[in-house]
Design a protein around this ligand. Structure first.
Ligand SMILES: Cc1ncc(COP(=O)(O)O)c(C=O)c1O
Length: 400
């Protein structure tokens, strides 16, 4: 089969699920929806009361809703997922010149949050079924490069301290979190879960973001729910939550009038306006998640009969939110896969269905080319094969 035939078959499968679209109706990867929600009413309350900034009843309410939904004992809402991750890493003790083990297949924010603390990402290869850090690769890498020195775990090759592990729940599918947390425990490393994409995903009935010391979520406009921009830290540790609250509000010591601060804090708290939007979005999160799941089933069925691609499904022990529905090119010939990917993306974009490839791998970005890493063969291979499909819940008629 030529790659042109494959592209045509992919496009037909997409039309099968999305219906034939005219050029006036482009289909994007993931769009927010506020139709039929209380968003206007809650935003109006912020404007009417003057509570628009970084505290207020909607922030508290949004945190309570998220805690009830995820089962986290504590939730701290902040202004985006990147600062949530930077704050989480700071709280578990990541310091300048430390190394943080993470995945090369992620949005750039994962590595940036590490760099914002002056630390260095250390990339470990992924597993093709979870698309996140491969536990065997992580264990092998730790055995190969680490030594204990004065009670610290050190990378012998660079002399830097290994300070944390950050698995990513890629496209909403949970990483192998049980195995990765036991490796983290074994080596005495804190685990900070980048669950930015995984609101509504669970692994063995535990919500994503709750496997390590702290996890983070993002509510960027393209996520399952959005607050415009926003993020949250999830933790079951009361002390860490308290520190997160304190440091994200300029480390101000509570007092009716004194402006006194006891550390160098950040201005990271989520504004009330954004939280009001979040509360409105949480009111129909179950509907959104069901629609996304239905959409993923439709894609799975449509792509079953397309040879040369497979649809990525959740692992049996996990429940995925299917933030993004994804297909994978299955040919064993790498050069053919590259042509197939380009051809599918060209044809779908010409048809105004905006499919997306996986992110460029992080160690290939100019600022991370010198970051330490092991062989990233699986990541290199998978990144050529993955194609994300339009995944907005509104694409399911029932939801519209
Ligand atoms: C895996 C991952 N980590 C971190 C982030 C950062 O979140 P934000 O865009 O809210 O800063 C995102 C998404 O945007 C993400 O997809």
């Amino acid at each position: 089969m030529t790659h042109h035939t494959l592209s045509r078959n992919v496009l037909n499968a997409l039309y099968n699920v999305l219906g034939s679209r005219s050029f006036d109706n482009p289909v994007y990867l993931h769009e927010p929806s506020f139709t039929g929600s209380n968003a206007w009413c809650y935003l109006k309350d912020c404007l009417d009361t003057g509570w628009v900034s970084s505290s207020g009843q909607w922030v508290n309410r949004f945190e309570q809703e998220l805690a009830a939904f995820t089962g986290a004992s504590h939730v701290v809402a902040v202004s985006n997922g990147t600062v949530a991750l930077r704050l989480a890493l700071h709280l578990v003790g990541v310091k300048p010149n430390d190394e943080v083990l993470t995945s090369p297949l992620s949005f750039v924010a994962t590595a940036n949050a590490i760099s914002h603390l002056g630390a260095v990402p250390h990339f470990v290869d992924i597993n093709s079924s979870t698309l996140s850090i491969d536990p065997n690769s992580l264990s092998d890498r730790l055995l190969e490069i680490s030594k204990y020195d004065n009670g610290y775990l050190i990378n012998r090759l660079t002399g830097r301290r290994l300070a944390a592990i950050v698995p990513v729940d890629v496209f909403g599918h949970p990483a192998d979190l049980a195995s990765l947390s036991s490796i983290a425990d074994e080596w005495g490393l804190p685990l900070v879960e980048d669950a930015a994409e995984a609101l509504g995903s669970t692994s063995g009935n535990i919500h994503c973001g709750l496997f390590g010391s702290i996890g983070i979520l993002s509510f960027n406009g393209n996520k399952v729910i959005t607050t415009g921009g926003g993020g949250a830290l999830l933790t079951n540790d009361a002390f860490l939550a308290e520190r997160a609250r304190h440091l994200s509000t300029t480390a101000k010591i509570p007092h009716p009038w004194l402006l006194d601060h006891d550390s160098i804090g950040w201005n990271d708290r989520m504004p009330n306006l954004n939280a009001a939007l979040g509360v409105a979005q949480m009111e129909d999160i179950q509907c959104k998640l069901s629609a996304k799941r239905l959409l993923s089933h439709r894609y799975q069925k449509a792509f079953n009969s397309v040879s040369g691609v497979e649809f990525l499904t959740e692992h049996p022990s996990c429940h995925s939110n299917y933030w993004l529905s994804t297909i994978r090119l299955t040919s064993t010939e790498t050069s053919l896969v590259k042509d197939q990917l380009n051809d599918i993306l060209s044809l779908s974009h010409a048809s105004r269905i905006f499919l997306r490839p996986a992110w460029k791998l992080l160690h290939k970005l100019p600022m991370y080319t010198t970051a330490p890493r092991n062989d990233l063969d699986v990541a290199e291979d998978q990144s050529l094969r993955l194609i994300n499909l339009p995944s907005s819940p509104q694409l399911v008629d029932k939801y519209e």
